[in-house]
Design a protein around this ligand. Structure first.
Ligand code: ZN
Length: 242
């Protein structure tokens, strides 16, 4: 094959892959709603309940110092998890929700808009408002720092013992209104392997630490993210001991 043809072939594959990853709305989804700065796609007709849900999500996001009304949110939802599994880098069957880095498309594993419920892959439920607010907080973080955020990914002090980016996860939980469990329940699970799902107590620790830094220590979230001299376990110990 001539060099020119090889180049053309690879360019075509690359363009197709980018379309697959960036624009799932072209080949998936039955219904779409554009409301405020939200673009929501669903695998069936979107019920009216989406509007109060988005209003509540907006209300939570606006509490964040990172809120920027110029940021649009692309949200891809499905009610049936057997849908849309053909192509890679779309719905993730291992997590409740995820944001594709840089592109910032948001996918939730399973969403029941009518009843305001989101499900993770093992069936644990959480209010859709809460999970959406969590994922969209990640979008706000990415939108604010974009590429300059990349070094955080390898910075040791930003990782929890189980490898979570504790500041980002904690802040997403903080803005979303908590982990979906009461404070008392969270404390009960803090060091308990019987927590409702893997990583549950890890997320709760992240939430607790970030909340402490913001509410008790008066730190701005920008400073929390940019400082390298704070780590999760130290902050938790300080919080629990005080
Ligand atoms: Zn998250």
């Amino acid at each position: 094959m001539k060099l020119r043809n090889i180049f053309l072939l690879f360019s075509t594959i690359l363009v197709l892959a980018l379309i697959v990853i960036c624009y799932p709305q072209i080949y998936f989804f039955n219904d779409k709603v554009h409301y405020k700065n939200f673009y929501v796609y669903y695998d069936k007709k979107i019920p009216q309940e989406i509007f109060p849900i988005l209003d509540q999500v907006e209300e939570r996001l606006k509490k964040s110092q990172l809120y920027d009304q110029k940021v649009n949110f692309k949200i891809f939802l499905r009610s049936d998890v057997s849908n849309y599994n053909i192509l890679p880098y779309q719905f993730n069957n291992n997590v409740a929700g995820w944001v594709i880095p840089f592109i910032k498309n948001v996918f939730l594993y399973k969403a029941d808009i009518k009843n305001n419920i989101a499900y993770n892959p093992i069936g644990h439920q959480r209010p859709l408002v809460s999970l959406l607010s969590h994922e969209l907080t990640h979008v706000l973080i990415e939108s604010k720092w974009s590429l300059s955020r990349v070094p955080w990914l390898i910075e040791n002090s930003n990782r929890s013992k189980m490898g979570l980016l504790w500041k980002e996860e904690g802040y997403a939980e903080y803005i979303s209104g908590g982990t979906g469990y009461s404070f008392e329940e969270g404390m009960r699970y803090l060091n308990n392997s019987n927590s409702p799902f893997p990583f549950y107590s890890e997320y709760f620790k992240c939430y607790l630490a970030v909340r402490y830094l913001i509410e008790n220590k008066g730190m701005k979230i920008e400073d929390v993210f940019l400082r390298k001299d704070i780590n999760l376990e130290d902050i938790l110990n300080e919080h629990i001991n005080t």
